[in-house]
Design a protein around this ligand. Structure first.
Ligand code: WTA
Length: 635
């Protein structure tokens, strides 16, 4: 019997030890007992981090939607699978049962087929948080098409880059989206993006805001009439264990976004197993993750992980501040939410509103609280624990990444004693290592270093779409035979981990990963800009905000600086999206550079953080005089 559901600390240690000593036996038992296979595997694991190549459950055949939907029909057909809470609290919530989900996914899958989509084709999904988003993902998975969801806050340029990178044939979108009191013209953004995406043959358009939009003849099709005609029966496509399930883009420190490729069997097993344990999900619980499905958190812990466990997963269309800052608590009370999973940036924004609004709501249904996406600071942790968890619901501070597919370091609630700001212990099967700058593993406790993982786990991304070399260079080249996360971490005296943040040029703003290079590229597009450098600085709600140092081409020319700042942010909004806007823009005559011409971001970061006590030796710079100038004019 595998220990699918861990219930006490002794058991955690016992199972953890087994998962490390006999990883193949351990994962084989989990896979064997809790999932449906068309055919079992020949080999549990083969791996080589030098190549790099990782294969789990090779030889197995399955379909993830059979595991997420069909197998629940006999016992949970009438149970709510997806609980949809609309943007407008006056609009009724929608309870989609497993039986209804089955029919809707089948219909959608048949529509995809009727539009020429077959196994292995890439389908870009650019939708707001409405049921069609989850359904279209599952419909792709049912027929073996590879979904590439692009967060609907990205701009047309960002969207077209992602569509072209993976040669998507189709885009699924809506006539628009609601976001609090605003509506957004999603279809207009798609139209603009598709001007430079010749490979897209079909656009399926869901109706959400009933706006009057342009439909391009031959290309654009309303979704509903096609669904109405489609059969509600659709056989699964039998997939191999290592067939790609989806692509999801994430920012790197340099270059264009990386299309992380996740495959079928390992991803399913790991997201399901982590979901069950990290949230201690019980049969009649209502689970709510506030993330957008456009990010990995939504893929793994709104859609696949919960549905693989036959859970009820809540999908919220709106924002925490609409119609007021009580909305989250309103939803918790209304749907009696048992597990609530959100990001530190949301916690900090809500904490600013005080506790009066919370006291008006009954939050007694909450059993477990989760945090994800960035380090949770001590103040936010206590606020969450005191006011939302009422000091009795454990907080699971879950560390993981788009690349890891599932939660990696986390407490197990009611099992692992929590400690503020600590993600605590590795999850079952995860073997972390902290490395020093010379590449040695720090084996003792009470050390800090760069966080690596020494052994494969089932949900790890297998490659970067179209660029395996970049996958190798980014994750497997820094330390021999180890996956490098890009994060720094410390390990305390009892072996608990605390993630300290990125050690590369990725900046996490409101829980969103942003690479500095594409933002600098956007800024440099402004005709008046000669060069720019972007760094992060601490922000009390967003965690980090962006600080731009900008050199103008013609310093003699006097220009309205505030206007320039607006124009620069406008360009960023067009190229990436509003999430990447700069909070501060300092115009400067130069940037500190090494003699080889590399910008010294470390210095710029310290200045932006107003931490200039220890700038180090600046005399070896090409242009040391510029440092004082920048410091004198810091914003
Ligand atoms: C950061 C989100 C501290 C980290 C699931 C990681 C965290 C990056 C935590 C991945 C946490 C995520 N504590 N930092 N609990 N969770 N991070 O790909 O820097 O959007 O490398 O995946 O977020 O972000 P991504």
């Amino acid at each position: 019997m595998s220990n699918y559901h861990i219930k006490h600390l002794e058991e955690y240690y016992q199972v953890y030890r087994k998962s490390v000593r006999e990883p193949e036996n351990f994962w084989e038992e989990v896979a064997e007992e809790h999932f449906m296979w068309q055919k079992k595997w020949d080999n549990v694991l083969s791996w080589d981090f030098n190549k790099p190549e990782v294969k789990w459950f090779e030889g197995a055949e399955l379909n993830i939607t059979e595991n997420c939907i069909d197998r629940h029909l006999a016992t949970r057909g009438e149970k709510t699978a997806i609980l949809f809470e609309p943007n407008d609290p006056k609009e009724p919530a929608e309870h989609i049962t497993y039986k209804q989900l089955h029919e809707r996914v089948n219909k959608f899958a048949n529509v995809l087929k009727s539009q020429g989509i077959t196994k292995g084709d890439r389908v870009c999904i650019y939708l707001p948080m409405i049921p069609e988003l989850a359904i279209s993902i599952l419909a792709c998975a049912r027929i073996g098409a590879i979904h590439s969801v692009v967060f609907a806050g990205f701009s047309a340029t960002a969207l077209s880059t992602r569509i072209n990178d993976s040669d998507c044939k189709m885009v699924v979108t809506s006539d628009g989206s609601y976001r609090g009191a605003k509506t957004i013209d999603l279809k207009g953004i798609v139209d603009e993006a598709l001007e430079s995406c010749p490979g897209v043959k079909t656009v399926l358009v869901a109706k959400r805001i009933h706006s009057d939009i342009q439909m391009k003849a031959g290309r654009d099709k309303w979704l509903q009439p096609l669904l109405d005609e489609a059969s509600n029966a659709c056989e699964i496509e039998v997939m191999k264990a290592e067939d790609p399930l989806f692509i999801l883009y994430t920012s790197g420190s340099t270059g264009k976004p990386k299309g992380m490729v996740h495959t079928t069997a390992g991803y399913m097993v790991y997201t399901a197993y982590t979901f069950k344990n990290v949230f201690q999900y019980r049969e009649n619980d209502v689970y709510w993750c506030t993330a957008d499905i456009g990010w990995i958190t939504g893929h793994s812990y709104i859609v696949y992980g919960p549905l693989a466990n036959g859970a009820t997963t809540l999908m919220f269309e709106g924002v925490p501040s609409y119609p007021d800052f009580g909305r989250f608590w309103d939803i918790v009370e209304k749907h009696k939410v048992n597990q609530f999973y959100t990001a530190p940036t949301a916690i900090r924004a809500l904490a600013k509103q005080g506790t009066e609004v919370i006291e008006k709501h009954d939050l007694s249904s909450i059993k477990v609280l989760g945090s994800v996406g960035e380090p949770i600071n001590e103040e936010a942790w206590h606020w969450y624990n005191d006011n939302i968890g009422k000091k009795k619901s454990p907080i699971v501070d879950t560390w993981w990444q788009t690349e890891t597919g599932g939660i990696m370091i986390t407490p197990i609630p009611f099992v692992t004693p929590t400690k503020p700001t600590y993600a605590t212990l590795p999850f079952i099967g995860i073997q972390p290592a902290l490395m020093d700058e010379e590449g040695n593993e720090l084996k003792a406790n009470q050390v800090d270093g760069r966080l690596c993982i020494k052994f494969p786990w089932p949900a790890m991304a297998r490659t970067i779409w179209g660029n395996h070399q970049r996958y190798k260079d980014t994750y497997f080249s820094a330390y021999e035979n180890k996956y490098f996360t890009g994060d720094g971490a410390l390990r305390d005296e009892v072996g608990y981990y605390r993630i300290t943040g990125r050690v590369d040029d990725v900046i996490i703003v409101s829980g969103h990963n942003l690479g500095t290079a594409p933002i600098e590229d956007a800024v440099n597009e402004h005709p008046a800009v000669a060069e720019s450098a972007i760094v992060g600085f601490p922000h009390d709600v967003k965690g980090n905000a962006l600080y731009g140092y900008v050199i103008l081409k013609d310093v003699g020319e006097s220009r309205d600086q505030d206007n320039l700042r607006k124009e620069i942010n406008q360009i960023i909004t067009e190229h990436i999206g509003p999430i990447a806007k700069l909070d501060k823009i300092q115009f400067t005559s130069g940037l500190p550079k090494t003699r080889s011409g590399k910008i010294m971001r470390r210095i710029l970061r310290k200045i932006a953080c107003k931490d200039t006590s220890n700038l180090g030796d600046t005399s070896t710079l090409l242009n040391p005089e510029v440092v004082k100038d920048i410091m004198d004019n810091v914003l």
